[in-house]
Design a protein around this ligand. Sequence first.
Ligand SMILES: [Zn+2]
Length: 663
Amino acid sequence: MYIPEEYIEDIRSRTDIVELVGEYVRLKRRGTNFIGLCPFHTEKTPSFNVNPSLGIFKCFGCGQGGNAFSFMMQIENLSYPESIRLLAERAGVTLPENEEDTQKFSEAESVYHALRFAGRFFYNELTANEQGRPALEYLYGRGFSDKTIKKYGVGYAPDEWDSLLKAAHQKHIAPETLEKAGLVIPRNESEGHYDRYRGRVTFPIFSHIGKVVGFGGRILKPSDNQAKYINSPETQVYHKSKVLYGLYHGKNAIRKKGEVILVEGYTDVLALHQAGIEHAVASSGTALTEDQVSLIKRYAQRVLVLYDADSAGAKAALRGIDLLLSNGVSVYGLGLPDGEDPDSYVREHGGPAFEDYAENNKMDFVSFLHAQAKDRGSLNTPEGEAQLTRKVIETIAKMPDPSMFDPFIRKASHVLDIPDIRLFEILDQVLRGKNARSKGRKKASRAKKSNSGSEQSYQAPPSTAAENFSRERPDTVYYSEADQEFEEANSTDQQMIFEEPLPQEKMLLRIMLDHGIPMVEYIMGNMALDEFTKGPLQNSISHILELYEKEQVTKQPFVDGSFGVRIQQLATEILMLRYEPSENWERRQNISIPRFNQDPHEAAYSAMKQLKRRRIEQALSNLKSRIFRAQRQNEDVKPLLEERMALLQLQKKIEDPDFLAWS
Ligand SMILES: [Zn+2]
């Protein structure tokens, strides 16, 4: 799919990257940047930066970086064209579309289209069709208003085999597309398909960015041979483990409160939202997954798990607690009075009463585990008690922040009525077991690394290191190529070893990106390509030279991933830095630190000088060991000594103030 550059530029300029990233990461202003916890790796102190004026983001923890498009690609797992489409929609930019485009439209888009269509169809059947009347009565009976039904797109699938198929046919949506969307099922005995949802109230499941990805269906007339609830199967757009029901509508409330209420079913979520408690979500009947936890973490650091003791969901909730705590999320539990579920509770008492109840009755997770064990009757035996103790300590041991151990052990001591010294002993045992395991893993991975990479990184001098980096690059950059590279960079067995570029060369790259053609002329008039460290940095420089030939040096292709993900990561890092090399560096080099707010010529001059000095020093020390070796083996050292002389002369020349001034 070809999207003209003007459109992309238009979308980019209309997209506020802080606002966009802010939908996933809680950001705080720090100077010109915004900073938050990285959504791409687990961290406790924020190293994820967003720069609104450059329109880029960069994580100094894991290296991810790029612009709005690459952010969406990475966080939503989209292709480049998909990310453009999504941001276009968001920015209200209409992309060119003709018959041909529509056909080539990615398969995912047509699946989304089918799901949207089905959502509207079911909603109409519920609200505007006589057939849907009993379903509507049922929903009214459960206290749902027209407004809620509309907002959450609740619908009704008629009790027929092909009502959706027929309606879709009229809109030229093929049965195969409906099948890919999980809406129809192919017949076994004969040709054709039949509707998956029949005689059911339907709840569209929205992704957290508001796309319908699937449906939950609740049966209207209970029957023995049919499940009360059915869900969409896994499709290319619906991954049960990555979706939380209610998150899309509750996102803002969740962010504001910093808290998520975790409930069991669709109707619980709807009832709570309708009562004004909009930070409730459900995990569609499964135990909480790692993906769901990281989704939660984007918006909140506290989870209130609501459970009703008799339900199967309580068990699932329990498994979720470990996962939440081990990801650094605080967990509280709340049991409702006997016989009540969230739905019935708010219908009877209203939202504010629910909030009061929650505030007064929520338990930290230790008390929560204890209360659940008690409810199950498992504290009646010494074995049951020991089991609970072990479980509590194991859960505490999973917390990533060791400063939490103390208060929770004390709490556990109180709740379980066991001296804390005894609990610390158990914690110690558990932790030692855990460390032994993780040490084993680390050792293995270190061994693996040294097998694959130590040779090049040990032997090769800086600018000649990583000789194996010779990936060919086509002149034209195809998005698929960047995509491919992106995938490669993310797969673990594809780790090339590069020298880390020196601060001075990063500085030179930045100056060229910031100031364009005049500084490219000045710097590249004084530097050779192979004076730069091989790998992404040297490649960036050669891209700059290519762009220079075309008289269009801009940062955009560097940060948007057009030159591949490694260059993207390097460029975002460099552009984000308020480049201030360490004082140490200044002292060592006896040269004033170039700063970005100074004259770019001066900054470039001093960076080049230091870089050249550094390269010569490296070459000299390299030479020294070669001379030493040659002498030991009684070889002729004369050529080496000549080389050394030349380098020493060059070194002197560099200190001459006129050096570099010839351009
Ligand atoms: Zn990161």
